[in-house]
Design a binder for this molecule. Structure first.
Ligand code: G3H
Ligand code: 13P
Ligand code: ZN
Length: 330
């Protein structure tokens, strides 16, 4: 099975009423951990790479590692998605590499920091849609801005999504999926206390555009156990709160279909490697500690595939090629 368009995975999630985790990757072990989890629980997969990941891997490695995931798991639908694309150029680059989906984050200017106006967002998003759809490639847009600037994506100023604007934005741009700002932020430091997310925004947008899958960024749960492992083995991370799994499940009930997770994978990897070296100070074969990291990613991702409801859905549909996906846009 070739890489499938992300639109198919998300449209199927609407039909089945479940959410699909979109996991950020930068290396082979993360991809293998995710694929092992997906294979074991029979889940569709969204692998996503940020611009930072493309830079870190010199781009071609992501393309070929995703191809390896497909070859190794021919029975699973897998989409390869560009996370937080900042310009038409970046999206074109990803499409040329074979990505089956791109995000144009037009809520921020090309510097990924300065908020744009609604009109500027519409303009760049429309441009990307017009280009990507010619190739059958899915487009995710974003309206509203998340908090949190720790990882370099975000203005630090929160602007929750306005549902009326969202309906207008979807109509004007022709996007396939919309990322909402509902109170989450990127990174490990999200909330000081139990968060209250704006579920009403999800329902309102869903009611106005029921066919468009909604996306939740900044969805890591920052589990206490992962912070504890890191700190127990020499790390220094503050205890804060992420997005509880129950809140994500509630968001899925309201209409969220794509759930972006990066930080929890990072925490799992860091904890596993710290623990490994403390317990095995004389080990220096990279397969041992990278292997431990891969196992930790597998555990975290498997739990999320089950909790978000995507487990057992990999065989529900016949995969579409990008060529066939062009039919969506005629
Ligand atoms: O939303 C941002 C993701 O967590 C990616 O982070 O740009 O450090 O790869 P990154
Ligand atoms: P987290 O930092 O909560 O994992 O969010 C990741 C994300 O939204 C990637 O686009
Ligand atoms: Zn994000």
């Amino acid at each position: 099975m070739p890489l499938v368009p992300m639109k198919q995975i998300l449209d199927e999630a609407i039909k089945g009423n479940y959410g699909v985790g979109a996991f950020n990757v930068n290396n082979m072990e993360q991809i293998q951990g995710i694929m092992r989890a997906a294979k074991e629980v029979n889940s569709p997969v969204i692998i996503q790479a940020s611009r930072g990941a493309l830079k870190y891997t010199s781009m071609f490695y992501i393309k070929h590692m995703a191809a390896a995931a497909v070859e190794d798991n021919p029975e699973l639908p897998i989409a390869l998605h560009l996370d937080h694309g900042n310009s038409l150029e970046t999206c074109k680059q990803a499409i040329a590499l074979g990505f089956t989906s791109v995000m144009i984050d037009g809520s921020l200017k090309e510097d990924s920091k300065t908020p744009t106006t609604f009109e500027e967002n519409v303009e760049i998003t429309k441009e990307v849609v017009q280009y990507a759809h010619k190739f059958g490639v899915t487009v995710e847009g974003e309206l509203g801005t998340l908090g949190g600037i720790e990882d370099g994506v975000g203005s630090g100023k929160v602007k929750l999504t306005d549902p009326d604007e969202a309906a207008k934005f979807i109509k004007l741009t022709g996007i396939d999926a919309l990322a909402l700002a509902i109170g989450t932020s990127h990174g490990a430091y999200k909330f000081k206390a139990q968060p209250v997310l704006a579920m009403d925004i999800i329902s309102a947008v869903q009611a106005k555009a029921p066919k468009v899958p909604l996306v939740m960024h900044g969805s890591s749960s920052v589990p206490e156990e992962l912070i504890d492992i890191i700190n127990k083995y020499g790390g220094k991370l503050e205890h804060t709160m992420g997005v509880p799994i129950e809140s994500i499940q509630q968001a899925i009930k309201h209409g969220v279909r794509k759930i972006n997770v990066d930080t929890d994978g990072r925490l799992a990897i860091t904890g596993a490697i710290r623990k490994f070296f403390t317990e095995n100070p004389s080990e220096f074969d990279p397969r041992t500690f990278f292997g431990a990291a891969r196992e930790a990613v597998y555990q975290v991702v498997k739990g999320k595939m089950i909790a978000f409801g995507s487990a057992r859905h990999s065989g529900d549909y016949q995969p579409l090629t990008l060529e066939e996906a062009k039919g969506f846009y005629i």
